[in-house]
Design a protein around this ligand. Structure first.
Ligand code: ADP
Ligand code: MG
Length: 461
């Protein structure tokens, strides 16, 4: 009976969430109890449990209601059969509690029980078992990339080849590419997978020339899956690009999967040779962006749970609200909070978080002024400071002016009327619109995001 009800709920949910979200989170779930106003859903692991509590709870309640069940609460519990729970993505041992040892176990693929190393495996693939699909939180900023990576993992060399992931630092590119490698390694144990950074490729290539070593080409051409991280480092190195071009062709012609990441899309990597650029554009290029607020909350909650700690909602929201740069910094802030709380024997609550984040803020230069922001923005776009503060409506001035307004808001927290005055405006609604426009554009437009990041870096040198 429970089964039919849950199938009906799932059927409806499948229509309203992305395919990636559905396969990741809803497969292998079960309604195990419906009693005393409490519906209990069994989920395969602690990541799923977090995701359900944070993200899907309201939706599930609503769909249950549509199906005539109106519980007061829905509880999510990790399956406790003691057997291995096999999900399509990965094989994990079901756990019944949240002790850190058990969670630790969960992070480890079943096939590599004694993997200690954090950096890379010993089999030379360069893969780190820490990165899996199961511990990657999906939100609108990364679900396209996630879906494409899963598609590649289940059918390497056929669909998206090459797969090109791009986006700013710390947004999960390495995590996803590694997850593809780990997934293929577990489903096709014989597949030869090689993960390298483009820096390593450059270094080994130069060494092979310098020391007249043989075998360089073979190493890279005799694989089934080649994953090259941070391709931007190959820019400007023509000889290495040429070598990579041949490696690429050799692999592509034989339907071997190639996955590449970079901080920019192929067309924006300066000094990438034209023929390599056009190869990169053959397959699929996907942008990864900064997760939205809810996804940031889910990431924090999941990562805290991995340390066996349940953070208050206010603390999570505080961190998610204050760290909007990238996931690595978000993780960093969380780790700092947890370490500090443990060391001092205080609770990792919002006031501790405020103290710490406040410190981070104070470590920024105090002297940054509105004038400097405007000046550096104008200089970045090579326009005159008089023009940026004028009433001119030319496009090449309007966008820089909007960016300057955005930065005055994000870096100095100036009020809108104050921002308007700094840029010679009478009406502060222009400032509001400009800031909103850039906030939105940063999410959607790679070029704008890049410009803002570059100017911001210049502000703090
Ligand atoms: P990039 O390669 O884009 O610079 P990484 O893949 O190294 O970024 O990600 C930085 C850190 O953030 C890693 O520890 C990674 O596991 C984590 N991370 C990034 N995105 C997510 C996500 N969506 N869910 C969980 N962890 C994430
Ligand atoms: Mg990386």
């Amino acid at each position: 009976m429970h089964h039919a009800l849950w199938q009906s709920v799932l059927g409806e949910i499948e229509l309203s969430v992305s395919h990636a979200a559905f396969t990741t989170w809803f497969k292998n779930t079960e309604l195990i109890d419906n009693n005393n106003d409490v519906v209990t859903i069994a989920v395969p692991n602690i990541f799923a449990k977090r995701q359900f509590e944070v993200k899907f709870n309201e939706q599930i309640k609503a769909v249950l209601e549509k199906n005539g069940v109106t519980p007061e609460r829905v509880v999510y519990t990790v399956k406790t059969t003691g057997k291995k729970t096999v999900t399509r993505e990965t094989t994990v041992t079901a756990i019944s509690d949240q002790s850190s040892a058990a969670v630790d176990e969960l992070l480890r693929p079943a096939s590599s029980p004694s993997m200690r190393s954090q950096s890379s495996t010993s089999n030379g693939s360069g893969l780190n078992p820490r990165y899996t699909f199961a511990n990657f939180i999906v939100g609108s900023s990364n679900d396209l990339a996630y879906t494409a990576c899963q598609a590649v993992a289940s059918n390497p060399g056929t669909k998206y080849n090459p797969l090109f992931l791009y986006g700013g630092v710390g947004l999960g590119k390495t995590h996803l590419m590694q997850a593809v490698g780990n997934e293929i390694a577990s489903t096709q144990p014989d597949a030869r997978i090689l993960y390298i950074s483009s820096e390593t490729f450059v270094k080994e290539f130069l060494e092979s020339i310098r020391f007249k070593q043989k075998g360089f080409s073979d190493k890279y051409r005799n694989v089934d899956v080649l994953i090259v991280d941070d391709m931007q480092f190959i820019a400007g190195k023509e000889k290495t690009q040429e070598e990579f071009f041949h490696t690429f062709n050799a692999l592509h012609q034989t339907n071997k999967q190639i996955i590449i990441s970079s901080d920019k899309p192929p067309k924006s990597i300066p000094t990438l040779t034209e023929r390599l650029r056009s190869r990169f554009e053959w397959g699929m290029s996907i942008d990864i962006q900064m997760p939205d607020f809810e996804t940031r909350c889910a990431i924090l909650e999941t990562k805290a749970a991995l340390s066996g700690i349940e953070l208050g909602r206010d603390t999570i929201e505080y961190l998610a609200n204050n760290i909007k740069t990238n996931v690595r910094e978000l993780e960093g802030a969380l780790n700092q909070l947890l370490a500090y709380a443990e060391m001092r024997g205080v609770s990792p609550d919002i006031s501790t978080a405020e103290g710490l984040i406040g410190n981070v803020r104070q470590s920024r230069p105090q002297h940054l002024s509105a004038k400097q922001i405007i000046d550096k923005t104008a200089r970045h776009f090579q326009i005159d400071i008089k023009e940026i503060c004028s009433a001119k409506r030319d496009k090449h001035i309007v966008v820089p002016r909007q960016i300057a307004m955005y930065l005055l808001r994000s870096e100095l927290h100036l009020s809108f009327p104050k921002i308007a005055i700094e840029l010679g405006r009478k009406d502060h609604t222009t400032a509001i619109h400009s800031v909103e426009k850039i906030e939105k554009a940063i999410k959607l437009d790679f070029m704008i995001r890049e410009q803002v990041t570059e100017i911001r870096e210049k502000l703090y040198v």
